[in-house]
Ligand binder design. Sequence first.
Ligand code: NI
Length: 184
Amino acid sequence: MILPILHFPDSRLRTKASAVKTVDKNVKKLVEDMFETMYAEDGIGLAATQVNQHLQIVVMDVPDSQDDYELLLKDREHKVDKKYNKRHPLCFINPKITSKSNTEKHTEGCLSVPGFQADVERFSKITVEAINEKGEAFTLNANNLLAVCIQHELDHLKGVLFIDYMSKLKQKRLLEKTKKLSKG
Ligand code: NI
């Protein structure tokens, strides 16, 4: 099911997400719907906050990211046949960034701020710990765009948008533009 996405300046985007207690049927259905919504909207990442579900869940699929991650499941090694898998769907439940290094500027966009892009400084090398949609704990080492995307999506779970990193003046202009658009 494709879910409606909240758009800036909707105040619900500022909600802090709660931790998921158990990966039950409802959580699995939400993850499935979030992937469907993200692919339908041509996004590379989506946080539950953006579909008005305030749980710590993020889905992601960064194209051509095969050389940018190493995924380690707690109990076994996650083997992905990277050569034949074009898609790299990743689901992060209760994610935590445990290490970060190397900063870089990247141009970002967001399904909740359509038609707008801005340069944001992020870490280009991170380690994140989370649970997947099967309830398995994993550690992911990520680089480059994938690392940037994870930080962007984890911000959503804290009620933070990428435009918050822009100057106050630019934010004001964006808000005025958005208001004009919504008035038609
Ligand atoms: Ni976003």
